[in-house]
Design a protein around this ligand. Structure first.
Ligand SMILES: [Zn+2]
Length: 346
C-alpha cells in the first residue's frame, strides 16, 4: 500500500472502531449514569462480576478506556505511558490489565483530574506498577526514586485526598502538585497542559490538554450521561462549570462542518467533539437563565421545582433516583443563584 492508501485505510479503520466504540460507550454510559454511586457500590464489594473495560483508540497517542463507572485516558509513546484518572479502587487491577493489553511501556505519569474516589481509586496499583524518570545519581541514592509513577494533580485535590474520611493508601497520593493556574509537562513528544478550573466540579479540577494529539480530557466538568454534579461541599459551583465549558470551547477547534477536530473525553459517557460540548454548554446556560428568572420572581425552591425548568432536557440527562437527581441539580443551581441575587441586592 502507498503511504496515502495506508493512511486512508488506517483512518477508515479508526472510524469503524470509533463508531462501534461509541455504541459500546453509550451502553457503558447507562452503567456510568450513576457515576460515583456505582463506584460506591463497587467499592463496597457488592460488584463481584469481572469489571469490563473497553479500549477506544482516539487519535495521536491517545486511547480512551471506558469502564462501568467512568473513563480513563491513556497516552502512549516512546517515553512511556501517561494515565489520566484511575477509576475506583475495585477497578485498579482490571485497569492495569487493560493498559497492559495495549502497551508494555512503563507507566511514568498518573494525572488526577480531581479527588473523587471514582477517579483516583486505582492510583496506588498503577503507581506501584510504574516507574518514573529519575536522574542517574538519584537512582540508588534514594531508595524509592524511579520505582513508582509520579502522580500529578492540583494542590486542592491532594488536600481533599488527604482529608478524606477514608483516605487512599499513601502510595496513591499525588506526589507532584501545582497551585497556580497550570502545570505543563512534555512527554511522548507532545506538550501536555493541566489547566486548573477554579470552583467548577470541585475546587481542585484540572482539564488535561494533549496539544499534539489534539485531545482534551475534562474530568467531571463535562459528562454525556447526566446534569453536571456540582459538589458545592468540595468548593464546586455551577458558574465555575459553565466557565470551564467555555474554556474547553476556546481550546477546541472543529474540523469539517463543526465535526471532529479536537476530540474531547468526558468524565463519564461517550467520546465527544466540540459540538457536543457546545450543546451541553448551551443547555446549561438556558437552564441557568430560566432558574435565574424564577429566582428573580421571588419563587421558593419548591415553586422552582414545580415550574420544571429542566423539563425538555430531563429525558436525556435527568434522574429521579440515584446519586445525583434532577431535584438535587435544580437545588444546587437555585441556591447558587439565590446567593448571587442576595449579594447583588445587598
Ligand atoms: Zn467527580
Amino acid at each position: 500500500m502507498s503511504e496515502a492508501t495506508q493512511a486512508n485505510f488506517a483512518q477508515s479503520a479508526m472510524v469503524r472502531v470509533n463508531r462501534s466504540a461509541r455504541t459500546a460507550a453509550s451502553i457503558a454510559a447507562t452503567a456510568a449514569l450513576c457515576g460515583l454511586a456505582c463506584n460506591a457500590l463497587a467499592q463496597s464489594g457488592s460488584d463481584d462480576a469481572a469489571p469490563e473495560i473497553s479500549v477506544l483508540p482516539v487519535q495521536g497517542g491517545i486511547y480512551m478506556l471506558v469502564g462501568p463507572a467512568g473513563n480513563v485516558t491513556v497516552q502512549i509513546g516512546d517515553d512511556g505511558v501517561l494515565v489520566v484518572d484511575t477509576m475506583g479502587t475495585a477497578m485498579g487491577e482490571a485497569l492495569l490489565a487493560a493498559i497492559r493489553e495495549i502497551t508494555d511501556k512503563p507507566i511514568t505519569f498518573l494525572v488526577n483530574t480531581h479527588a473523587h474516589p471514582d477517579h483516583i481509586g486505582g492510583n496506588a496499583v498503577l503507581a506501584e506498577a510504574g516507574s518514573n524518570i529519575a536522574g542517574g545519581n538519584v537512582v540508588g541514592t534514594i531508595a524509592d526514586a524511579g520505582a513508582t509513577a509520579r502522580i500529578v494533580a492540583h494542590e486542592n485535590a491532594l488536600i481533599a485526598i488527604t482529608a478524606a474520611a477514608e483516605p487512599l493508601p499513601f502510595e496513591g497520593w499525588p506526589t507532584d502538585t501545582y497551585f497556580n493556574d497550570r502545570k505543563e509537562l512534555f512527554f511522548n513528544g507532545e506538550a501536555v497542559q493541566l489547566l486548573h478550573q477554579p470552583a467548577a466540579h470541585t475546587d481542585g479540577d484540572s482539564i488535561v490538554f494533549f496539544r499534539r494529539s489534539d485531545v482534551i480530557v475534562t474530568g467531571d466538568i463535562f459528562l454525556t450521561t447526566a446534569y453536571p454534579y456540582i459538589d458545592r461541599a468540595a468548593g464546586g459551583s455551577f458558574q465555575g462549570i459553565l466557565d470551564s465549558l467555555n474554556r474547553i470551547l476556546d481550546l477546541a477547534v472543529p474540523a469539517d462542518r463543526q465535526e471532529g477536530g479536537t476530540m474531547i473525553i468526558p468524565g463519564h459517557g461517550r467520546l465527544c467533539d466540540e459540538a457536543d460540548v457546545l450543546e451541553y454548554r448551551d443547555m446549561l446556560t438556558i437552564i441557568r437563565d430560566r432558574i435565574r428568572y424564577l429566582v428573580d420572581q421571588g419563587m421558593s425552591l419548591e415553586e422552582v421545582r414545580e415550574a420544571r425548568p429542566t423539563l425538555d432536557y430531563d429525558g436525556r440527562y435527568g434522574a429521579d433516583s440515584g446519586f445525583w437527581t434532577t431535584d438535587q441539580f435544580i437545588e444546587a443551581v437555585y441556591e447558587e443563584l439565590s446567593e448571587m441575587a442576595g449579594e447583588t441586592a445587598g
